[in-house]
Design a protein around this ligand. Sequence first.
Ligand code: S3P
Length: 176
Amino acid sequence: MNLVLTGFMGSGKSTVGKIIAEKLGREYCDTDELIEKTAGMQINDIFKERGEAAFRLLESEIVKSVCEKSSAVISCGGGVVLNSQNIENLSKNGVIVYLYASPEQIYERIKNEGHRPLLKCADPLNEIKRLLEQRREAYSNCDFSFDTGGLSAGEAAEKILENNEIMKLIGKTKNN
Ligand code: S3P
């Protein structure tokens, strides 16, 4: 089974995912990176030149392709939950873990970064709150959730690795 990480922008998916993959000796992949590679463009430019709908279509195609994997750690963009087909595909051979942080903590993490088109607005904190509320139900359907708010990426990774239920589901026991 794959270990799939999702959560709002700035929740630490990519950093946490890389640490977990390394500790488990598993392949790591990141849907945002694959989208940029496939499109030959940065996410900001995809949104600007082709629009969000085109980005979401590409994201769903990439999700379909990463679902072909069977024992990878997959970090998915925060909007992947918006399409229930993505979740259905990822669930077929993956455990979906939601990383949560409060709007204020997310804002602190992302405020100096410029690569997130959805948060390039006059009041990013308010937009974070709005989007989190809009996605609340979709995120709540994930198999597991972890509050990463006060944690470093290493601590968040440790918490996930210490969860025996998740480790068992992805076929990782203390001896393998
Ligand atoms: C998005 C999250 C981003 C990226 C795109 C849209 C979203 O990924 O896929 O900017 O809708 O939440 P990260 O969550 O990795 O920043």
